[in-house]
Design a protein around this ligand. Sequence first.
Ligand SMILES: [Cu+2]
Length: 298
Amino acid sequence: GTRWYHSHFSAQYGDGLHRRINGPATADYDVDLGTYTVQDWYYLTAYQAAARAQAFSISAPPPSGDNILVNGTNKKGSTGEYNKVNIKTDKKYRLRLVNPSIDIAVRVSLDGHPFTVIANDFVPVEPYETNYVLIGIGQRYDVIFTANQTADNYWFRADPHNPCVSFNGGAGRAIFSYDNVTVADPTSSANSDAPTTCEDPSPKPKIAKNVPKDTFRIQAQDLPIAFDNQTVNTNNESIVLWTINGTSMMIDPAEPTLEYMAKGKSDYPRSYNLIEISDSAAWTYWVIQQAVGAPNLP
Ligand SMILES: [Cu+2]
């Protein structure tokens, strides 16, 4: 699988402050093409986009991004560049797909080349084949494809997945070209069987770690958490805030949460939004359920 880490100061990661960590595979391949990001992109900085979203009406979704970058680049109209990947006939390639977007779930495919999924987030899974993977924000799919088609140029597609309330002003495209083919805009057509719902598949983990059913049921407790969005009037401005238990999270970078703990302090400011769990050194499982009528949490 593949892991990624990113800045958690405001919306900073939306401007590209993130990196990846590699994990294991469950099927063989010839070439690791490395991490391959599909990400929404705003012509504003992420801070400006966040401010714009805050100033938006509470009844409207946040404003859409301007384009979708594939491995950090894309075209819009006649400007920009497509990412280009050279592939050789009969080789198997591994792509570590990551969606570090700030607002959209992305539907990903490579024309004419089905994916064999080998890891879902950091979990190695029994390999399965699919024409598309649907990647939510933060999710990763490690896939293998075989270069077994007519030597030509093929579109790699990364589109906003509307059924997940995901919209964007662009379409992510990259060009995968076989050896000895002149690189040009492909004329390939999109794969069949695109997903039409907003659902994750349920792949089988390669190493199953089951939660013991009986003890789990006995220990289960409720931990009510209130999600809400509200309009706040402050400094002569009216802004939309998303809250958990009545507050947005605002951390002072000079005194982060772990530093509070290291100092043995427990007077966390309310905006640190700490939820305490009683047992230390124990696994805690969360079964997250959304109350009927709660605001849509994309
Ligand atoms: Cu995060």
